[in-house]
Design a binder for this molecule. Structure first.
Ligand code: NCD
Ligand code: ZN
Length: 353
């Protein structure tokens, strides 16, 4: 098989940033073969109100008119059940929860879920999605660190699902076998996104290699095997959310050591290459196109194209960098190093119609 034709994909977890970085990244959504994406709210300031979400959406649409942007709000103390109802009416699709301090711009993240139960109730009634960054903060006294932070979070997922069985909940960017097993064990209202990079990386690939560092971190080979297996099975509650999270290279390479892997420009070529490596190319369409749309019950997509992927002779390489800025937008400029920079990919996009 040397060509694959599928609909444009759905990326149900993406960071599109602000300012000059947003200007660079956003047009690449469609180039990577994606026509609908669910946009993360961890900007500065965070996207916490309906107005902010709609204003951000308008900026993104101006940069990528064909793409459908589903927006999210940032869970925090200022979010009320009234705001949830307003947001739902305005088409905001969900709410993202970041535990405090575990990742980029999560300083105002949450410390306890109980106080948000009125918000969750309103979300359940309005059919909104709750997106969970599934890690608890490191606590060395209690032997919690990045390697077990996701597994130790899973009790929260189960509890919220038990208390709100009709609320659609997504465990975002799962990295562990334990997470796969937990999501499988729960009801149909619980979904799970898996990134491109977590299907490829294990802990050895990011320890000391800053461009593969992201939160949650890639874990053991057995965990990666579990992520691969659930995709091979074609489980419909496990779908693509790339968590593409670009940072300027100087911020990843310097003392800030920002977490995040950038995959947006080549989502489908990466995915086809990696799925084929574990004999799951036949699941590309379900995982990347169908299951996410079904879970989000997408009905109002502006445009769905047809993507034709062709096999390369391993003569198609990921760019080393993507430059941004220099347009006087916000004075920021630099370059972003993408996932698998400079490496050959087995598939590339021949056309998108
Ligand atoms: C994300 C970012 O940079 O915004 N980073 C990451 O490593 N995934 C934040 C997040 O989603 O955790
Ligand atoms: Zn993310």
């Amino acid at each position: 098989m040397d060509t694959i034709t599928i609909p444009t994909a759905a990326d149900m977890h993406i960071h599109l940033r602000q300012g000059s970085l947003m200007n660079m990244v956003t047009p690449y959504v469609a180039e990577g073969g994606v026509s609908i994406c669910y946009v993360m709210p961890n900007l500065q300031p965070t996207v916490s109100t309906t107005e902010q979400a709609l204003a951000y959406k308008a900026e993104l649409e101006a940069l990528a008119p064909k793409v459908t942007f589903y927006m999210s709000l940032y869970l925090g103390p200022s979010l009320t059940p009234e705001e949830i109802r307003k947001a739902a009416k305005a088409g905001v699709r969900g709410v993202k929860s970041y535990p405090r301090g575990v990742t980029t711009n999560s300083e105002s993240g949450i410390e306890s879920y109980d106080i948000y139960y009125p918000v969750f109730k309103a979300m359940e009634e309005e059919g909104m999605v709750l997106n969970l960054h599934g890690e608890i903060p490191s606590d060395h006294e209690k032997n919690v660190c990045v390697m077990n932070a996701e597994e130790k979070f899973l009790g929260h997922l189960k509890q919220i699902h038990t208390d709100f069985p009709k609320l659609k909940i997504i465990l975002e960017h799962a990295t562990t076998e334990a997470a796969v097993n937990m999501v499988k064990s729960l009801g149909d209202t619980v979904g799970c996104t898996i990134t491109v990079h977590h299907l490829q990386l294990v802990v050895d690939d990011w320890a000391g290699k800053c461009h593969n560092f992201c939160k949650p971190v890639a874990k053991f080979p057995s965990d990666r095997a579990a992520l691969r297996k659930v995709i091979k099975e074609g489980h419909p509650r496990f779908f693509l959310g790339t968590d593409s999270a670009p940072h300027p290279s100087h911020k990843k390479e310097g003392p800030e050591a920002c977490a995040g892997v950038f995959t947006t420009p080549l989502v489908l070529p990466y995915l086809a290459t990696i799925l084929e490596s574990f004999d799951a190319l036949d699941q590309l369409r379900g995982f990347a196109c169908d299951f996410g749309r079904a879970f989000y019950e997408v009905k109002d997509e502006k445009w769905v194209g047809e993507v034709k992927l062709v096999r390369t002779n391993k003569d198609f390489n990921t760019p080393e960098t993507y430059a941004f800025g220099g347009e006087g937008v916000d004075g920021e400029s630099g370059k972003v190093v993408p996932f698998m920079a400079g490496k050959a990919l087995a598939w590339k996009i021949a056309s998108i119609n």
